[in-house]
Design a protein around this ligand. Sequence first.
Ligand code: AR6
Length: 182
Amino acid sequence: MDAEITVIEGDITKLKVDAIVNAANSGLLGGGGVDGAIHRAAGPALLEECRAIAGKQGGCPAGDAVITGAGKLPCKKVIHTVGPVWRGGGRGERELLASCYRKSLGLAGSAGLESIAFPNISTGVYGYPRAEAAETAFRTVSDTLPEIPGIKKVIFVCFDRENFALYRKLLEGRPGGNTRGP
Ligand code: AR6
């Protein structure tokens, strides 16, 4: 079956999907923005798991991702990925951001998960311009999905109107509407 890509406006911590993605930092021990919201809602078990991973592998570099349980969240797993800090666009930001989406999908696929929700990685504290980030996110997910047939549903969760409008536009421009073509 084809994977479905949808766009919603809302709070990612509320979603009952197989995995939600966290826009973390390389220390993996929580922070503000969506990271703070996820850790608050998940409770201390999530931080414990993150601490264990950070202790073992010394955190997580930008562009990479790790997977944990979800504590008290309604989803099954949390995939923590570290987006690039925007430094003007000439420091490999686009490739690092694309890598966040690719690696997160790869981890979800390896874990046998079928549905995954992404926040707008790097577009908050890390300052990535929203339109450019949305394009890279959307294109990377669309290009990667055919390589991971186990994933049936991807949700882009937008927390603000501007991002929601950008993603809606990208979705509408996609051949075949909101469903991946044959
Ligand atoms: N649900 C969905 N999206 C959200 C939520 C939520 N509950 N809360 C915020 N967003 P940011 P970054 C959106 O700053 O730019 C943290 O301190 C938000 O509107 O969370 O990758 C980490 O620890 C924005 O569109 O992440 C890192 O230090 C998007 O999530 C640093 O921030 C990402 O904004 C990472 O910065």
